[in-house]
Design a protein around this ligand. Sequence first.
Ligand code: AOF
Ligand code: ZN
Length: 362
Amino acid sequence: MLLKTNRDKKYINLAINLAKDRIGLTGTNPSVGCVIVKNNRIISIGQTGFGGTPHAEVNAINNASEKVKDSTLYVSLEPCSHYGKTKPCTNKIIKSKIKKVVYSVDDIDTRSSGKSYSILKKKKIKCVKNKLNKRGSELYKSYFHLKTRDFPYVTGKIACTKNYLFKNNSKYISNNHSINFSHFLRYINHAILISYKTANTDNPKLNCRLNGLEKYSPIRIIIDKNLKIKENLYLVKSSKKVKTYVFYNKKNYKYNRLKAKGIKLIYCPIDENNNLDLIFIMKKIKSLKINYLLVEGGKFLTKEFLNHRLFNCFYLFKSNKISSFKKKYKILNIIKLIKKNFSKSNKVNTYLENDIILRHYN
Ligand code: AOF
Ligand code: ZN
């Protein structure tokens, strides 16, 4: 038998795992996980719905396999107590006669922040807060960022060979397992950003090709100062089906043609180096309610983002292949910048055969 406090830890850990599973997929709402336990048995679990509603607690309470009266509810984030798109979860908890609530992290949404503890206490519901707070805070780093900054949460990604080249004899540098993981990143991010150069040379699809998850493919964003994007690309031809933005600075004859094909063109000023102003682009993207942005940049764009310190985390895909291409394709300066930008890293804990993926973060 587990001690009571260890039991609390075990279930709150599970709630955090459930929340982690859906990060990026709950719109502007944070992803929350919830576990309901009665007589030491799990009687329900819940996650925030895709797009942000219903809230995790509501899903868990409604889906319980037996009456939730006298149960304990574990939740990764402080339950909300405000009227927003949905009614307060604290009301639902009180009505359901749940007898104890354990949560990990205080919400920072001012409508609810720090309020649920006393609301529940007043109704004689036992409340334990800040359980596994460190792990919970780690989970909500992106939520806190999104609530306090007017930039999206930006994830970077670049692939290289064992000898740090980003060009190889075959089309793919990484193995199939790594490629699947890159599609997982496309699944959990709301939009994907590339340059017109990558678009024109690779003619990429930028969709998520994991079985069953295709419908979660990201919005596409292309940065293209002088509208040099080719009109016959897959991205252009499919832009009526999947939202596609192009940030540009100088109009040319293609402007109306791209627009007619379904592309949304956004004017962007240039910065002191005569490049499109990335700060402007980040703010615009956030204002479009795109919260999680994946940048699958080439060498130039990745460097630009690193120089502006715009990445919140960065994945370095390192394959086991040795490339015989010229030295100019080495990405050693990018590796240096990654180390400057981030203080921590860990290996992605997924089966990758001989490839390695390092996640860099702060
Ligand atoms: C919860 N459980 O699963 C989530 C919560 O406008 P609304 O109603 O969608 O509320 C959004 C706020 O609710 C959001 O800013 C955050 O404070 C909280 N999210 N709360 O109890 C959940 N996702
Ligand atoms: Zn709620």
